[in-house]
Ligand binder design. Structure first.
Ligand code: 2NL
Length: 357
């Protein structure tokens, strides 16, 4: 008995891991284990021997049981300690930086424009970027021989062989949206149409896709005076200055009569653009009174209604307002380009807060 006790207690102490301990347990206490066999032998003993061996065997069994349990607990602790050593995590480390975006300057300027014109009662109209020849040109009183219709100025959609209908085009201005709005809503109407437009032009200051906003106001007695006030009010709000001065220069567009190009007073001292004061003029938009033919195309009677229209390029005024010196800042919508080429809005605390990481 003492020999058994010594043997198993020694083995229990000596094992290196839980598997080895389990082997010892089976050898001693398993169904065919040495101690289990001894317990079974009690049945063949006479009463006197059983009285003597039984309690001793039971004592030994509990002792080994307790030793197994204690050793198991010790080994499990060691396993846990080893895992804690190997798998520790420093929860005080700073998180991995995640690149953050910001609103694109073009989108920001579109939002600003929309809000300013909304305050003056203009609704926003949208329409397809692939337009029919009629909506993009005919409805706007652009003659079939007008240079804008030439293959090298406009993107024409592919036509199936033998299809001789006029091809669709990528819209070259957002005017077709306003023709559709006139047809849908009739007069009176006040809308702006911001969006993407396409022309076959690519150099330092032109991209084949750019953004335009056009405005249209039709009522019984809309005049150029109201056009001028509307544009002044817009410029004051957009460039965030108290006073602006606009200069109307006679011009020509097929869709307006009379037509005017509009300049804003500014200065370029020290390479910094200042709107509202100075000796220079900056051309910012084209405008005029809607041509009677265009009203007719929109289903509006030019003997009953009249109105003004204007168009301006969003990309350029975004660059002017936010000090972006190079068109490349708009490419790929990549913030690194914007930082590199300048986006003054990135210096605004509210925006910078979201970008500091
Ligand atoms: C420019 C000139 C302009 C318009 C756009 C327009 C639209 C309709 C009827 C009449 Cl539906 N006119 N749009 C009018 C004058 C000028 O844009 O230089 N844009 C950058």
């Amino acid at each position: 008995m003492a020999e058994l006790r010594g043997k198993y207690l020694d083995q229990i102490t000596a094992v290196a891991d839980i598997d080895a301990l389990e082997a010892v347990r089976l050898a001693a206490m398993g169904k065919k284990g040495e101690i289990s066999l001894k317990m079974r032998e009690l049945g063949q003993m006479d009463a006197e021997a059983r009285q003597r061996v039984g309690p001793a065997l039971n004592g030994l069994k509990s002792e080994i049981d307790a030793a197994l349990k204690a050793r198991r607990a010790g080994l499990e602790d060691a396993v846990l300690d080893a895992r804690l050593q190997a798998e520790w995590l420093d929860v005080t480390l700073p998180g991995r930086p995640r690149p953050m975006g910001t609103i694109h300057p073009i989108s920001q300027v579109m939002d600003e424009l929309t809000a300013i014109f909304a305050d003056m009662g203009f609704a926003v109209a949208e329409g397809p970027q692939i337009e029919s020849d009629w909506y993009n040109f005919d409805a706007l009183n652009i003659a079939p021989e007008h240079p804008a219709r030439q293959e090298h100025d406009t993107f024409f959609m592919h036509r199936a062989e033998g299809d001789n209908r006029p091809p669709h085009v990528l819209r070259t201005h957002t005017s077709p949206v306003q023709i559709r709005a006139m047809q849908d809503q009739g007069a009176p109407i006040r809308v702006i149409a911001p969006g993407r437009v396409y022309r076959m032009d690519m150099d330092q200051t032109h991209t084949p896709m750019f953004h335009q906003v056009e405005g249209l106001a039709i009522d019984r007695d809309i005049s150029m005076a109201q056009l001028k006030w509307t544009l002044e009010e817009f410029c004051r709000a957009f460039f965030e200055v108290d006073e602006v001065e606009l200069r109307f220069r006679a011009s020509h567009f097929p869709f307006t009569e009379p037509s005017a190009e509009v300049d804003i007073r500014c200065s370029w001292e020290g390479g910094q653009l200042k709107i509202g004061e100075g000796k220079d003029w900056l051309e910012i938009l084209g405008s005029g009174m809607v041509h009677p033919q265009v009203l007719r195309a929109g289903g509006i009677d030019p003997d009953q209604w009249q109105g003004f229209a204007f168009g301006l390029g969003i990309d350029r005024i975004a660059m002017l307002k936010y000090g972006i010196p190079d068109l490349r800042a708009f490419f790929e919508s990549d913030l690194r380009w914007l930082r590199h080429y300048g986006f003054a809005a990135l210096d605004q605390p509210a925006l910078a807060a979201g970008l500091s990481r």
